[in-house]
Design a protein around this ligand. Structure first.
Ligand SMILES: Cc1cc2nc3c(=O)[nH]c(=O)nc-3n(C[C@H](O)[C@H](O)[C@H](O)COP(=O)(O)OP(=O)(O)OC[C@H]3O[C@@H](n4cnc5c(N)ncnc54)[C@H](O)[C@@H]3O)c2cc1C
Length: 458
């Protein structure tokens, strides 16, 4: 009798799950294992919003396994040690897991492979579990990865996708493998009140509704801040409660310009992953240095605090920052304009902003967060690295009536229409009505001039 262990990481699902499928095909019994990895906590990545969402995901995964005759085994500690002891307890011959891209994931895989080898157990690492196309499969002639999205996307689109795998009907777990209780949404402080619910069941319902009702309008509406017309599938993709391969198959089947635009965004996700896989150091340092001498945290202390709290005096920036705090999620247009405001207008190191996002985002993801921040800061893969987004122009374009701002900045809710975007223009008694709202922390022209000087663009 062959026994396999499936180590779940960022692939917390039963549908289209190549690691689980391979384990089931080759074995008579399987241990579905999740390790609450102490190293992830120690590195500061266990943010309350993601821990709460993770707990939902694990409970749902456990419930799905129980419906099929199995259960989830949960451990806590050093991931390599825990996998090795489960292998011993179950007398397992093989371990299956998904490939991942960060330096930590590469190190984990190497450590696991050699520890398991010493126990006479094989490690199988599966591609296309957390990406549509594995990093390194499409490369330009002269490099190990694409640094520009458009040619990457062309080649990515030509690749043949693997077929979608059905969820297993039965999962037989061997007796005698100990487990901690499956965590519930922990009673943590700092969980955003509007945090969405995690888990594969929720994810599949959301996906079905998205494809049925909303994807058709995505090409036209994805930048509409008040319309909130994007998929909100990012947390599910981050925790792997949805398969990106299945998403692309189903979106292509739905067809039309909206679905095509949506698939293009999924390719952005793969694009950043293939950059990080090839350049893991880009998680912490400039992918392309512009020789910035960012204002230090001490120099910019008050500006950084105002940005984090949503009190910069630029209503659209503040609305987006407050959405982040309330929901643990922010609209992509909000992410672009708040990141540009911090890194360029305030000229603060992108890592300060990236850290704050990772502290709060339920979809906070090393590849997507760090490389999008670098894209905005102009140290990444943007082909126009010195462009600066003007928050007033952005507000007028993407929140023309001011609805988004009024939703998130109640102090300004009494201001009708686009006037809400520039409260500093009010005079006298009218301004006094809104004095709970701060004046701008920076003059946009001065911010722009400082940035252009710093980048030698005068
Ligand atoms: C400064 C900054 C930080 C970001 N941090 C993260 C992060 O930590 N985690 C994260 O998942 N996304 C991040 N993004 C990318 C993007 O903003 C979110 O993926 C998107 O807003 C999630 O909402 P949605 O699921 O409704 O997206 P949709 O518009 O419905 O897109 C579908 C999916 O495509 C992917 N996607 C969309 N836009 C991008 C993009 N620019 N780069 C990579 N993948 C993309 C996501 O997986 C998303 O769920 C960041 C963007 C910026 C500008």
């Amino acid at each position: 009798m062959t026994v396999s262990v499936v180590l779940f990481t960022a692939d917390l699902r039963l549908h289209d799950q190549p690691a689980l499928r391979a384990a089931l095909d080759g074995s008579s019994a399987v241990v579905p294992l999740f390790v609450r990895d102490r190293a992830v906590q120690a590195a500061g990545f266990a943010a309350p919003n993601r821990l709460a969402f993770l707990a939902d995901c694990l409970r749902d995964l456990d419930a799905g396994l129980r419906e099929r005759g199995g259960r989830l085994v949960v451990r806590h500690g050093d991931v390599v040690q825990e996998v090795c002891s489960v292998v011993t307890e179950a007398a397992a011959d093989e371990v299956h897991m998904a490939a991942d891209v960060s330096a930590y994931a590469h190190g984990r895989e190497d450590r696991l492979r050699s520890a398991l080898r010493a126990q006479g157990c094989r490690l199988h690492v599966h591609d296309t579990v957390t990406t549509v196309i594995a990093p390194g499969i499409v490369t330009p002639a002269s490099s190990d990865h694409f640094a520009i999205f458009t040619p990457y996307f062309r080649r990515w689109s030509e690749q043949r996708l693997r077929d979608v795998l059905p969820a297993p009907r039965r999962v037989r777990v061997p007796d005698g493998v100990g487990s901690l209780p499956v965590p519930t949404r922990p009673d943590l402080s700092g969980v955003s009140p509007g945090l969405p619910t995690g888990g594969e069941t929720q994810a599949r319902e959301r996906l079905a509704a998205w494809l049925r009702e909303d994807v058709a309008a995505y090409a036209d509406r994805h930048d509409d801040l008040p319309g909130d017309a994007t998929s909100r599938l990012s947390p599910h993709l981050h925790f792997g409660t949805l398969s990106p391969v299945e998403l692309v198959h189903r979106a292509r089947r739905a067809g039309g310009p909206g679905a095509e635009a949506f698939v293009r965004q999924l390719a952005w996700r793969d694009f950043h992953r293939q950059v990080l896989a090839a350049r893991p150091e880009a998680a912490a340092g400039d992918y392309r240095t512009r020789h910035d001498r960012w204002r230090t945290e001490a120099e910019a202390h008050d500006d950084i605090a105002a940005w984090k709290e949503g009190r910069t005096g630029y209503p659209v920036v503040d609305a987006a920052m407050r959405q982040l705090r309330h929901e643990g999620w922010m609209h992509n247009r909000g992410r672009l304009l708040t990141a540009s405001f911090l890194a360029k207008t305030l000229y603060v190191d992108w890592r300060v902003g990236a850290r704050h996002f990772l502290d709060l985002l339920v979809d906070g993801d090393l590849a997507n967060n760090q490389l999008n921040w670098q894209w905005v800061a102009g140290t990444g893969t943007d082909t126009r690295p010195h462009r600066v987004l003007n928050p007033i122009a952005q507000a007028k374009r993407y929140d023309p009536d001011g609805t988004y701002v009024r939703r998130w900045v109640p102090e300004l809710a009494g201001l009708d229409g686009p006037a809400v975007h520039q409260p500093w223009k009010l005079r006298g008694a009218e301004r006094a009505l809104y004095d709970a709202y701060p004046d701008p922390v920076v003059d946009l022209a001065e911010g722009l001039a400082r940035f252009r000087r710093a980048r030698g663009r005068d």
